[in-house]
Ligand binder design. Structure first.
Ligand SMILES: Cc1cc2nc3c(=O)[nH]c(=O)nc-3n(C[C@H](O)[C@H](O)[C@H](O)COP(=O)(O)OP(=O)(O)OC[C@H]3O[C@@H](n4cnc5c(N)ncnc54)[C@H](O)[C@@H]3O)c2cc1C
Length: 406
């Protein structure tokens, strides 16, 4: 059922505003959509690829509000494998995204990640650590004494264990998005400032995408990379998606007492923060937050929820100051918190969803983009078997989630 792109040789136009005939139309020009475009052009340089992004200034997109964290600490092998590929890609991003010899900075910091659990959850962390080792990650399982030796400011008396992954880190999501965007335009992709408002569907095949400004873009394949808006875009094609917008706050804060530089620290209560310049960036995810497109900032949240959690773990933060808070949206997969990557076999063959990353979409964008490109170009996964992340589990209402820290 797949139209292979091997034979397509038409020279594409770059950066033009009138929609052209396309082989692939990608809805959404955040990191996911741009990564799909990049890998399509890498695997099939002659492919005509159109990315449709309705907000050229990216005012509401999740990517520009992300914290930049990239880690291998997952339990599902697919997530670990996606991280290993993506982190290496991000490390090499400046050269890979170079345009006309000019490198694309991404400010990668190999600051490490640290997951910590109380005594009753040691088994969970051990099992996840064993899987990470099986997948070839560098990951150190530490007892409380080992944690204290490595992170002297941390309170460890109520902890059972921690896993430190020293080669994880963080980057600048703004530079990632714009580096990818410049690169795909240089490779000949068309990036349209417009909104997809409908699809023309006949049988199991989507024929064209209709634009708000008028006109239709016919294509052989369509990709739903609309992030927190993916359910709306899926509905236009007749593909229901359990993906909701979940507001999350990110804070920049400083510590009033001397403290060592910290890795990205995460616990089971979803406290997550890391060093950033002279201060720290992070927050506490509230999974019970009502779903919706809400960007309003609750300026009391840091004091109520984040400060107590951070100061409990690192007493130096008893003196802390929050300088800035912003709100962004997770594209939350309500089924299991894992992404949905793929088409709906037999029902919508040429419509591929790549969304629902639930807080991990920036770090997994390179691997996810490559996966969609492989499905389009080869009709199957070549690098990482992502069958369990497909739409089948949505149809069967079968969760495949992460165990432990999210
Ligand atoms: C506070 C916060 C912290 C985060 N921290 C991290 C982190 O540390 N690490 C990590 O990996 N991830 C993190 N994330 C998650 C990450 O930001 C997302 O998973 C990722 O950015 C998703 O990328 P995307 O391209 O799918 O979505 P987006 O960046 O939102 O892009 C989707 C685009 O689709 C466009 N669009 C929607 N509908 C249409 C339409 N009909 N037509 C045309 N265009 C359309 C939108 O305008 C938008 O620009 C964080 C998120 C938040 C909010």
């Amino acid at each position: 059922m797949y139209t292979l792109l091997y034979n397509i040789t038409t020279t594409p136009g770059a950066g033009m505003e009138a929609p052209q005939q396309s082989d692939v139309v990608i809805v959404g020009g955040g990191v996911i959509g741009l990564s799909v475009a990049y890998f399509l052009k890498t695997l099939s340089p002659g492919a005509r690829v159109t990315v449709v992004e309705r907000e050229p200034g990216y005012e509401h997109c999740s990517t520009l509000r992300a914290s930049g964290g990239c880690r291998v600490q997952f339990s599902c092998p697919e997530n670990i494998q996606m991280s290993l590929f993506s982190i290496d890609f991000i490390r090499r991003f400046p050269e890979l995204m170079a345009v006309e010899g000019r490198e694309a900075p991404i400010d990668w910091v190999e600051g490490g990640y640290l997951f910590i659990v109380p005594p009753e959850h040691i088994g969970l962390l051990e099992a996840n650590h064993a899987e990470q080792i099986r997948q070839g990650c560098v990951a150190d399982l530490l007892d409380p004494a080992g944690l204290k030796a490595r992170f002297p400011s941390m309170r460890v008396d109520d902890l059972g264990a921690g896993v430190h992954t020293p080669h994880d880190g963080w980057c600048d999501p703004y530079q990632m998005l714009h580096g990818l965007r410049r690169k795909v335009i240089a490779l000949g992709c068309q990036v349209l400032a417009d909104e997809v408002v409908a699809f023309e569907v006949s049988g199991a095949v989507v024929r064209s995408a209709e634009l708000r400004a008028g006109g239709k873009v016919p294509a052989s394949h369509f990709v739903n990379a609309a992030g927190a808006w993916a359910a709306e875009v899926g509905a236009m094609a007749g593909m229901p998606l359990p993906i909701s917008p979940l507001r999350r706050f990110e804070h920049y804060f400083t510590c009033g007492n001397p403290i060592e530089r910290l890795p990205y620290v995460k616990d089971l209560a979803r406290m997550a923060f890391r060093s950033e310049g002279a201060g720290f960036s992070g927050g506490v995810v509230d999974g019970s937050e009502p779903r919706g497109f809400n960007f309003e900032v609750d300026h009391g949240y840091f004091e109520r929820a984040v400060w107590p959690a951070v100061a409990h773990r690192f007493p130096a933060f008893e003196a802390a100051k929050c300088h800035r808070t912003w709100a962004g949206l997770y594209e939350q997969c309500e089924l299991d918190g894992n992404p949905i990557i793929g088409n709906w076999p037999g029902v919508l063959e040429n419509f591929h969803v790549c969304a629902g990353f639930s807080g991990h979409g920036m770090m997994h964008a390179p691997a996810a983009g490559r996966a969609i490109a492989e499905r389009v170009v080869y009709g199957k996964d070549r690098s990482i078997d992502l069958a369990r992340m497909g739409y089948g589990r949505v149809v069967e209402n079968r969760a495949y989630g992460e165990r432990g820290i999210l």
